[in-house]
Design a protein around this ligand. Structure first.
Ligand code: URA
Ligand code: SF4
Length: 214
C-alpha cells in the first residue's frame, strides 16, 4: 500500500521533518511533481491551516499557499482577525497532482484520492504532533476528510467548533479545536454574482476560529 511512514523520522523537529519529506516516495505523486511542498510557519503557531495539496505555483516555489488561492486565504485570515504570524500552513497531501492539458503546457489540478491522502497522512500527523495547535482549520473537503474520515461533508460541518481528533490512531481527541470551512479556491471558482457571498462565508467561518484564540 502507499504509505509515507518509512520516510518519516521519529522524534524529529520541523526542520528535520521538512528535510526528510523532500525525499518521500510514499505514493506515486512524487514522480511528476517538481518537489515536496511541506508546511510553512512558526513552530509556536497557535493556528494550523490545512489545505488539500499544493497547486501549480506552490509546486514551483516549494511553499504552500503562495498562489491565487493563498492570496484569498491570507486576505480572509486577516479580515477574520487572525494574525498571520500566528499561523502555520500546510496541506493534506504534499505533492501537486495534475493532468497536462492535451498538447498544452497548462497543468490542471486533480484532486488526490483517498489512497494518496492516507499515504501522506503520517506527515500531517507528525506536523500536528509537534505544533500542538490550539486551533486547526480544515480548508475544504479533502482536508476535512484527511482529519475526520471520508464521511466528512464540508457543507454540513463548516463553521462549527469540533474536537480535534488525534491522527496517531486510537481515535481519542488530540486536544485543541477543529473548525472546517470551504477551500479558498471556491471563492475564485464562484461566478461574479456569488463571489462576494462565498468569500463572506469563508471569513465568517474563520471568525469562529479567531474567537477561540482570545
Ligand atoms: N491549494 C491548496 O489546497 N494548498 C495550497 O498550498 C495551494 C492551493
Ligand atoms: Fe510522499 Fe505525500 Fe508526496 Fe505521496 S504525496 S510521495 S506520501 S509526500
Amino acid at each position: 500500500a502507499y504509505d509515507a511512514t518509512p520516510y518519516v523520522p521519529q522524534d524529529a523537529d520541523l526542520q528535520t521533518l521538512r528535510h526528510a519529506a523532500a525525499g518521500c516516495q510514499g505514493c506515486p505523486l512524487y514522480r511528476n511533481a517538481t518537489q515536496t511542498v511541506f508546511g510553512s510557519g512558526d513552530a509556536s503557531a497557535r493556528v494550523v491551516l490545512i489545505g488539500e495539496q499544493p497547486g501549480d505555483q506552490e509546486d514551483r516555489k516549494g511553499l504552500p499557499f503562495v498562489g491565487p488561492a493563498g492570496g484569498v486565504l491570507m486576505r480572509a485570515i486577516d479580515e477574520a482577525g487572525i494574525d498571520p504570524a500566528d499561523t502555520y500552513v500546510t496541506n493534506a497531501v504534499k505533492h501537486f497532482k495534475f493532468e497536462r492539458q492535451e498538447r498544452g503546457k497548462r497543468r490542471i489540478h486533480k484532486p488526490p484520492n483517498l489512497r494518496e491522502m492516507a499515504a501522506c497522512r503520517p506527515w500531517l500527523a507528525a506536523e500536528l504532533r509537534l505544533l500542538e495547535p490550539e486551533v486547526v482549520i480544515a480548508l475544504g473537503a479533502s482536508a476535512g476528510k484527511a482529519l475526520l474520515g471520508s464521511s466528512f461533508r464540508v457543507t454540513k460541518e463548516r463553521g462549527a467548533v469540533l474536537p480535534m481528533p488525534s491522527l496517531d490512531g486510537g481515535g481519542e481527541p488530540a486536544g485543541g479545536a477543529l473548525v472546517a470551512t470551504i477551500h479558498p479556491s471556491a471563492v475564485l471558482r464562484a461566478d461574479d454574482a456569488a463571489r462576494a457571498e462565498v468569500y463572506a462565508g469563508l471569513v465568517s467561518d474563520l471568525k469562529v476560529a479567531a474567537r477561540l484564540l482570545r
